[in-house]
Design a protein around this ligand. Structure first.
Ligand SMILES: Nc1ncnc2c1ncn2[C@@H]1O[C@H](COP(=O)(O)OP(=O)(O)OP(=O)(O)O)[C@@H](O)[C@H]1O
Length: 259
């Protein structure tokens, strides 16, 4: 589990301000959904936490220490598409993640370490429901199966923080619901901190313990890049009390627990 602090973060590309003075504290083990209009900087924020992009100003901390500048095994990521290796089987994909995560200097594991990695990979493959498909290549898997594989691959590194960028955006509603049913118990069992960008409000509220909305609050028609996005809503769903969901009121925690 891991806590993330965002301190006075700005992101600028040339004269375009994308994120403006962002301050956030994300608790260990929380599941944060990030929503907001297209182009408001949600993926940019995720790339900052991943270490793929750096803030123009400000700092990000993981457990009180500056986030490393490059992605590492502490942070796993699943994108909407294309995050699995097409030339490797299901097992090969998950094993590759173990190899990359565990062996910094030699890319392959051998002997007892490899056997242990295969055992762990098989457990993970089973936990995302892909055991019968372990020898298949991604081209032989459905979109939902490929995303389950991408999740297994991200989890193989045993990350403290799992970053999800519209992970189910390309899936049909039925498969999406299956993915929700898979992800929530996995998150609860593994106790990771999850940050998920989504355009689907139902998904955001259904999975998240907290929903953060990004948006630009100021606009200059003469200079569209002059102002960046800020946090416009920050809803803690673990607290009791009414939370508006799609125009309706969410039931209190007791009633939810009984559901
Ligand atoms: N490397 C880059 N160079 C220049 N501009 C960039 C770069 N990365 C992002 N941007 C700009 O930053 C803004 C925010 O992009 P971002 O992808 O973070 O938005 P988003 O909220 O995730 O959008 P969507 O919901 O459509 O995926 C966009 O205007 C985009 O063009």
């Amino acid at each position: 589990m891991s806590a993330i602090s965002v301190r006075g973060v700005w992101v600028e590309f040339g004269d375009q301000i994308v994120i403006e003075n962002l301050n956030l504290d994300i608790a260990s083990g929380s599941f944060v959904s990030v929503v907001g209009p297209s182009g408001c900087g949600k993926s940019t924020f995720l790339r900052l936490v991943l270490g793929q992009d750096r803030p123009t100003r400000g700092a990000l901390l993981l457990d009180g220490r500056p986030l490393p500048d490059e992605p590492d095994a502490d942070r796993g990521v699943v994108f909407q598409r294309y995050s699995v290796f097409p030339h490797l089987t299901v097992l090969g994909n998950v094993l590759a993640a173990y190899e990359l995560g565990q062996s910094r200097f030699a890319a392959r594991l051998f002997g007892a370490k490899r056997r242990a990695a295969i055992e762990q990979a098989d457990e993970l493959i089973a936990s995302v429901g892909l055991a019968p498909h372990r020898a298949k290549y991604p081209s032989a898997l459905s979109g939902g199966m490929q995303q389950r594989l991408a999740i297994a691959q991200a989890l193989a590194k045993n990350p403290k923080v799992l970053l999800l960028d519209e992970p189910f955006g390309a899936l049909d509603p039925g498969t999406r619901a299956q993915m929700h049913a898979l992800l929530k118990p996995l998150w609860a069992r593994l106790g990771m901190t999850v940050i998920m960008v989504t355009h689907d409000l139902k998904e955001a509220f259904g999975l998240g313990t907290r929903v953060i909305a990004f948006d630009k609050t100021r606009h200059d028609p003469q200079a569209p890049g002059r102002f960046g996005a800020r946090v416009t809503y920050d809803l803690d769903l673990t607290r009791d009390g009414p939370v508006p969901v799609l125009g309706a009121l969410r039931p209190p925690a007791e009633a939810r627990a009984a559901q």
